[in-house]
Design a protein around this ligand. Structure first.
Ligand code: WTA
Length: 661
């Protein structure tokens, strides 16, 4: 097990002003949700607009949960149509700001009109209910509009993060069998233009399933268009100014597939449904951030990740909130760009990642101090454990010691927040670095390796003992992997794959991944995925990936590589391998350091001794790796360690700004 570096020290101190007196409302609501989930969720689900009511609240045949069975609804209707009958109609849905300083204001009425037009455009190109569409777009309004349009016509979409390479896009397009790729000419990033359309063409040429590429004109540069395959969005929209009736979707119809990293070399397609998901994300946003009609919400996540799906696009629109959406890098053109945006739009509720906070912390408190942040009422954090130092910096320098922070723990698979303070239910005591308590409906336990519940104060595996409405439906076309990954180790319980400790006050401390998943600046990537990409290079014989703690990014990627005969370690080959990883996966796969070694340390049974790799990567000694969990003897490990350290040539990548999620 990983050592608990943060948990011991960070439990004790509480900043002044972070206490609120608990009243028991949360405890009562949580108790009810666990004792009578069906009654509780039936009551909550009345807040949605159902086209047909459900016959049964929950059908639970482990490991498959189907919520609101028989119910019909449409998520684009929840987000748009029903607001057309209220004053939300003329409210701002999105204040969008481009990296270059250009901006656009979209009201709910305008978003409704555009969603209908985009839905008509998809239909005109032959996209039907159940067809798959890949969305490979930057953070521009077209992305949420296409997500809404797909939901409207019942097309299943997969959003592919725009920093993924053409090859990574092709892998996802092929797996999901997308008929259409939607992309843009390019995207702006720190003053440069990244060629999205070229990557989409690369993917389409590798995937015969792709019939059309829709291209959004965003950057001004010239792109080649193949008239048989490529269409400009603007051309097709010119013919599509019409209303499209929302499809009646079953509560358990798939809404989207989102690829994420796990223990295998290939990312897995997390499949989310319609009814339970819509309810879960809207309720959890209200509970964790106490949103109301005056909220100006800014979730800085890219829509290419689950955080953006649930909390940039759907939940805020369901709740009729006004949101800010920003295209570019947080530190471009100046390190205070985000604080400027908060002041400009009067953001009340700001939700970001620990990596971003640590990056700003490094630059100094004078940057946020230059701007009027008095509109802020709530702060949030997501994606990785937040260390108490960063929490306190955020609390003091952004929240000015007067507002609450919701540290939300959750995953692509969970659809929405699972553990977080819930000031929307009642004012909450906080501890810097703890995600505090489970959401209503979330039944958490901490288990040891044998599945026994651990007493408070001890670190073990977090499990969820009951299904919740936002739970994934399946892994796309791979139910065996779904059952094996999440349900086999502790049968009947969902296994998230994180370490956790419940303290004496029943506060939960999420202590990082318990598996081979690395979190680089909040981006999820697995060692298996990195290894399978790097061995695809002809110079590489074998490779192993691990991570090292990083002061800003949380974790950094370290690679161990044995080269084929005839290739010797050099800076050139290191650069070449880095380029290869970027082309195969994307920039987020950039290793911090590559060690070239003669042999990877393995046990007699052929298992890589990952602890030794970690020891070398972090500069630790063999003594620190005494708890080998790979069955190697101490002598075997010592010999392998000596060989490893003797033979290693290592090369660092020049320091790059973290690509904030
Ligand atoms: C980690 C992101 C500690 C965790 C929403 C989880 C966190 C993985 C937190 C999921 C948090 C996310 N505190 N760790 N507040 N939030 N994590 O699927 O390891 O990209 O399993 O979803 O991020 O990453 P994913």
């Amino acid at each position: 097990m990983k050592t608990m570096t943060q948990g011991d020290t960070r439990v004790a101190h509480l900043p002044t002003g972070s206490y609120y007196s608990p009243s028991g409302e949360y405890d009562e609501m949580h108790r009810r949700s666990i004792e009578d989930p069906e009654g509780f969720w039936a009551e909550q689900a009345r807040s949605l607009d159902w086209m047909k009511p459900w016959d049964k609240v929950l059908d639970w045949k482990a490991p498959y949960a189907r919520w609101f069975v028989g119910g019909k609804l449409n998520l684009s209707y929840q987000c748009l149509d029903r607001h057309m009958k209220t004053e939300v109609k003329n409210k701002v849905a999105f204040y969008w700001e481009g990296e270059l300083g250009d901006s656009q204001v979209l009201t709910y009425a305008e978003l409704y009109r555009l969603t209908n037009n985009y839905a008509a455009a998809l239909k005109r190109l032959g996209v039907k209910r159940g067809d798959k569409v890949a969305l490979y777009l930057p953070m521009i309004p077209a992305l949420p509009i296409f997500m809404l349009a797909c939901a409207r016509i019942g097309a299943i979409f997969t959003v592919v993060f725009s920093a993924f390479s053409g090859q990574a896009l092709a892998d996802r397009v092929e797996d999901v069998e997308a008929k259409v790729i939607v992309t843009a000419t390019g995207m702006h990033r720190r003053g440069k233009i990244l060629p999205l359309k070229d990557n989409a063409v690369e993917a389409a040429s590798k995937c015969p399933c792709v019939e059309k590429i829709i291209v959004v004109k965003h950057t001004g540069h010239h792109v080649e268009m193949d008239p048989a395959r490529d269409v400009w969005l603007s051309d097709i929209l010119a013919e599509c100014d019409e209303y499209v009736a929302p499809e009646e979707m079953d509560a358990n119809d798939p809404l989207f597939v989102l690829y994420t990293s796990g223990s295998t070399g290939k990312p897995k397609g997390i499949l989310h449904g319609t009814g339970g998901y819509s309810l879960w994300i809207a309720k959890t946003l209200q509970w964790a951030f106490k949103t109301d009609a005056q909220t100006v919400w800014w979730c800085t996540a890219d829509i290419g990740w689950i955080t953006g799906h649930s909390y940039v696009v759907y939940a805020p629109l369901e709740l009729g909130l006004t949101s800010v959406m920003y295209e570019g890098a947080p530190d471009y053109p100046g390190i205070d760009r985000w604080w400027q945006i908060i002041a400009k739009y009067g953001v009340t509720t700001f939700y970001t990642s620990p990596t971003a906070i640590r990056m700003f912390m490094r630059h100094g408190e004078e940057w946020p101090a230059k701007h009027d942040l008095s509109s802020l009422k709530m702060l949030g954090s997501v994606g990785e454990p937040i260390n108490p130092e960063a929490w306190l910096w955020y609390y003091r320098n952004i929240g000015h010691e007067r507002i609450s922070i919701s540290d939300t723990w959750w995953q692509t698979e969970t659809g929405g927040f699972m553990i977080s303070p819930t000031p929307g239910i009642q004012a909450h005591p906080l501890k810097p670095g703890s995600a505090t308590k489970p959401m209503p409906g979330v039944d958490v336990a901490v288990l040891d390796a044998d599945g026994k519940e651990l007493p408070n104060g001890q670190t073990g595996f977090i499990v969820i003992r009951k299904p919740w409405p936002g739970m994934l439906l399946d892994i796309y076309r791979n139910p065996e992997l779904y059952e094996k990954t999440y349900w086999s180790r502790f049968p009947g319980y969902y296994l998230p794959g994180d370490y956790c400790m419940k303290d004496q006050d029943n506060f939960l401390w999420l202590l990082g991944r318990a598996d081979e998943v690395i979190k680089v600046a909040g981006h999820r990537i697995s060692t298996a995925e990195l290894e399978s990409a790097i061995v695809g290079h002809s110079a590489v014989a074998e490779a192993a990936a691990c991570s090292r703690p990083d002061e800003v990014k949380g974790e950094a990627i370290i690679l161990f590589v044995t080269l084929r005969k005839g290739t010797t370690p050099s800076v050139e080959i290191k650069n070449e391998l880095t380029r290869h990883l970027r082309a195969t996966i994307g920039t987020l796969a950039t290793p911090e350091e590559i060690f070239f070694v003669n042999l990877l340390p393995k046990t007699r049974s052929g298992k890589i001794m990952r602890r030794l790799l970690k020891a070398v990567a972090t500069g630790a000694t063999i003594g620190d790796t005494s708890t080998l969990d790979d069955g190697a003897s101490v002598d075997e490990a010592k010999a392998a360690f000596a060989e490893l350290t003797d033979s290693a040539h290592h090369y660092k990548t020049s320091e790059k700004k973290p690509d904030i999620k």
